[in-house]
Design a protein around this ligand. Sequence first.
Ligand code: FES
Length: 138
Amino acid sequence: MSRPQPGWTVVCQLTDLVPERGAAALVGGEQVALFRVGDREVLAVQQLDPYSGAHVMSRGIVGSRAGAVTVASPMYKQVFDLRTGACLDPVGKEPQHLRTWPVRLEGDAVLVGTAGALVDALVAPLVSSATLNATEAP
Ligand code: FES
């Protein structure tokens, strides 16, 4: 695999991701929830559920609403747009949004855009499919 450009971190391979299911990864020291929503499309939002304070968004239910690809929190069922992070249904609470990260594919490698190149060197060795699997444990 060629070395990713600065500002992008390889988090996993596309085949590590099950379509319509979330997976958690550590990117730049932050927990990110990855969702493979199409054959070759992956979306990334914060793993932290702003309503419950738990890192659970990767366990949310993927759906769609008015053309938007969405995830519903597994805690209190707030619905978010996976592309923009916007809260589409705050379930009676104040709307809070999810942070999003840009994602692109290089071959089958899934790359997440990070704020700076510095963190890449620190984080890249930590992130592997083992990280992804570890968060699936009950
Ligand atoms: S609440 Fe943060 S990892 Fe479970």
